[in-house]
Ligand binder design. Structure first.
Ligand SMILES: [Mg+2]
Ligand SMILES: [Zn+2]
Length: 202
């Protein structure tokens, strides 16, 4: 067990969507050069880093199963994002993605899986790797499935209006209420840092 866990037994995280949330939504992102961080993304991630909130990217990349991009390309994109963040003094703790889709073309990836959001497989991996408490964590994204992921693991779900978010907001989902709907990731960051469990309360 790591010492920080003894001092602060609750480890909060954000389960951060990628496309339309951290970076601009550009369809299937098949080249690192097409990565465009939103202007506030570095500040947002750095604020979580400083607050001791883990940042775990969780992204559905069905383009891999569909044969539009390879896992190698996904890794290149994530390395590129890591470099851009590092230049601004920020870092993401882990980059997880689901390469599957039931209608995929790549035989070994064309299946129902437990890691495609809103399924919780990748959150469970973060829990294993970092000791994160998902009940004190927050999923942030531009789709209702991001909100659903937060609720599926007992945490909170925040919808951002960037990417597909404004369109999603117009199409409420039965039985699914976001804990907050905000304009973008930096607003989500402000909301989360106000709502993260204060250490004094633990
Ligand atoms: Mg998205
Ligand atoms: Zn999967």
């Amino acid at each position: 067990m790591n010492l920080a866990n003894l001092v602060n037994p609750v480890m909060s995280a954000i389960f951060l969507d990628r496309d339309g949330t951290l970076i601009e939504e550009v369809g299937y992102l098949d080249r690192p050069e097409r990565v465009a961080l939103y202007p506030w993304s570095i500040d947002a991630i750095r604020a979580f880093n400083r607050a001791g909130v883990r940042v775990v990217m969780i992204t559905n990349q069905s383009g891999v199963a569909r044969g539009f991009l390879t896992e190698e390309v996904v890794d290149q994109v994530h390395r590129h994002i890591a470099i851009l963040l590092q230049e601004g003094g920020a870092f993401i703790d882990a980059y997880y993605y689901c390469p599957h889709h039931p209608d995929g073309k790549v035989p070994e990836l064309a299946r129902v899986c437990d890691c495609r959001k809103p399924a919780r497989g990748l959150v469970d991996r973060a829990v294993q790797e970092f000791g994160i408490d998902p009940r004190h964590s927050f999923a942030v994204g531009d789709r209702w499935l991001d909100v659903a992921l937060g609720h599926a693991v007992g945490g909170r779900g925040i919808l951002v209006r960037t990417g597909y978010g404004a369109r999603e907001e117009e199409r409420p989902q039965d039985g699914l209420v976001a804990d907050a709907i905000v304009n973008n990731l930096i607003e989500a960051t402000g909301w989360i840092l106000r709502h993260v469990a204060p250490k004094s309360a633990l």
